[in-house]
Every structure is written in C-alpha cells, then in structure tokens.
Design a protein around this ligand. Structure first.
Ligand code: SF4
Ligand code: SF4
Length: 289
C-alpha cells in the first residue's frame, strides 16, 4: 500500500466540506453491485442502462468524462453544474468517505487518508477556515454505516466465491492428481486488470455479479447482498453440480477465482495480493503450481 496516514475515530480534522466540488473531478470512484443498483434506482433507470451510460471497468467504476472541467480534470458524470451531485442521497461509500479512506484488516475496519498531507488541502485549502470535527462525527454525518456494512458483506461474498474455487481444486481430486495449471491461472488472473477480468468472464457470470435482478432497498444492503450471494451459489450448483472431468474442475475453479477477483475489485481490494494469498493457502493444502 502507498503511504497512508492512519486515523482514529477521535482524530479532529478540517472535515467540513467547502462544497467546492473539486473531488468530483478527476477522481476514481469504485462501486459495488448494491451501490450500482442504488444509483440506477435514484436515476430511475435499469441497472444495465446506468452501467452503460455512467460506468466503466465493466460496471464497477463511475465514469469521470463529464463536459465540465476543474484544473483540467473532467467531472464525474453525476456532477451537475451549480448543483453538485445529482445522486447525492444514493452516492456511494467512496464519495461519502472522501477525503477519508477505509480498509479492513483482520476483520476490523480502519480509517486513513492517502499520503501525509490532508487530501482536501490540495484543491480546497479554505477547509482550514471551516469548523473541524472528529472522524467519528464525520462518518455519522455522511451516513456511511449501511454502506460500510455493504462493503463488508461483499467482502464475505468474495470469500464465498473463492471458497468454491478452492473446493473445485482441492476437494475434487484435481490438486491430488498432480495438476499445476490451475494455480498458474489463478496467479495470472491476479495480475489482470478489472477490464481484463470481465473480458474473461462469460456473460452469464458477469450478469450474475453485476445485475442480480433484486429489488434494492436503500435501508437494507445486507438482505440484498445475502440474496445476491444465494443467487450466485444456486447458479454454481446448477452449472457445476454435475461437473466430472479434471478439465471441467480446472475450468470451473479458474472461472470462480476470476469472479471472486472481479467482485473484489468493486470494493477496492487488490487482486494481486488476494490471488497470492489464496495461492499460498491452496499450496498449504496440497495444491501445486
Ligand atoms: S476536496 Fe474536500 S473540501 Fe473540497 S469538495 Fe471535496 S470533500 Fe469538500
Ligand atoms: S457520485 Fe456524486 S459525489 Fe460522487 S464523485 Fe460523482 S458527483 Fe461527486
């Protein structure tokens, strides 16, 4: 990870936004499938329409190619001149948190900002004249709690999908048969960008990750993601339940690994690190590369 400044919830920072909107230009905002569905609903669009018009990397990142520019940086497509965010109530976690970042380590959430200089000072130095507040109060004001729950639930779903890849490799006799190609392809998948990962995913699996066709409830990400996970697991049973040859187990294991990594990218996880971790676990359980 690049240099970060760790934060505690009691840290006091210039977190009152000056409303200049500068972080809605030239930024990178990843969105998970629940956030995608939420934003589509706010725009009264289908998820596919919203994805097609406003997202990139297969549907996991907002497009920043608006007509407006600020310091030569293009606006997020949701940004409206003299108004600000057009989906403010449905804005994703990354926008709610900014300038703060969040990561989960050993099942515990940590907060930080990137670098050693408070990020708002780059474009909005006026924030130092506005009231300061604690990180904890900032998160409360931005109503991040449900969105943080969604991130954590998707992290669990990522692990569940990776577990299928493990089972197909370790519990089917594939690894015991001397197979080395599966872990080689896991490693290669870990080096792929989200764009490449989605190119390698058959449409049915990509659709299942991005468009679970569930009613989205702004107040209940957990039920949405739990049903999303169930839909994914049902498809796995239907498609792989009768898999039998080593080649089929190999293909299925690599496909599940790619699916897990693509979903992981939508919550900002590092694919390479994840793949390496999973490869080392598989090796500890008898798989070879
Ligand atoms: S950079 Fe900071 S102060 Fe400026 S608009 Fe974004 S959150 Fe607000
Ligand atoms: S979604 Fe809204 S808050 Fe987030 S970058 Fe786009 S315009 Fe800004």
């Amino acid at each position: 990870m690049n240099q970060i400044t760790p934060l505690s919830l009691d840290d006091i920072l210039p977190l009152t936004c000056s409303r200049a909107g500068s972080c809605c230009f030239g930024n990178q905002v990843l969105i998970n499938p629940w956030e995608l569905a939420l934003m589509a609903k706010a725009k009264k669009m289908t998820v596919r329409e919203f994805n097609y018009l406003y997202c990139e990397l297969g549907g996991i990142r907002l497009k920043f190619d608006g007509d407006l520019t600020f310091n030569n940086k293009k606006a997020c497509r949701q940004y409206v001149k003299n108004k600000g965010c057009s989906v403010y109530d449905a804005r994703p976690l990354a926008c709610r948190l900014f300038p703060i970042g969040r990561y989960v380590q050993n099942e515990e959430a940590h907060y930080m900002y990137k670098g050693t200089k408070f990020p708002c000072l780059n474009e909005c130095p006026e924030v130092t004249k506005l009231p300061k507040m604690t990180v904890g109060n900032y998160l409360l004001g931005q109503e991040t709690a449900l969105f943080e729950q969604a991130q954590d639930a998707y992290l669990e779903m990522v692990q569940n999908i990776a577990d299928i890849a493990f089972e197909l490799l370790l519990d089917t006799g594939l690894a015991a048969s001397g197979d080395t190609r599966t872990l080689q392809l896991w490693r290669r998948a870990g080096e792929e960008s989200p764009d490449r990962l989605q190119e390698h995913l058959p449409k049915v699996w990509l659709d299942l990750i991005l468009y679970p066709e569930l009613e989205v409830d702004e107040e209940d990400p957990i039920s949405f993601i739990s049903k999303h996970n169930d839909l994914f697991q049902q498809e796995v049973q239907e498609v792989f339940g009768s898999s039998g040859s080593k080649q089929e187990f190999h293909d299925a294991s690599v496909l599940m690994l790619r699916s897990a990594l693509f979903l992981a990218s939508s919550i900002g996880a590092n694919s390479k690190d994840l793949a390496e971790l999973w490869i080392s676990i598989a090796k500890n359980h008898g798989a070879n590369e």
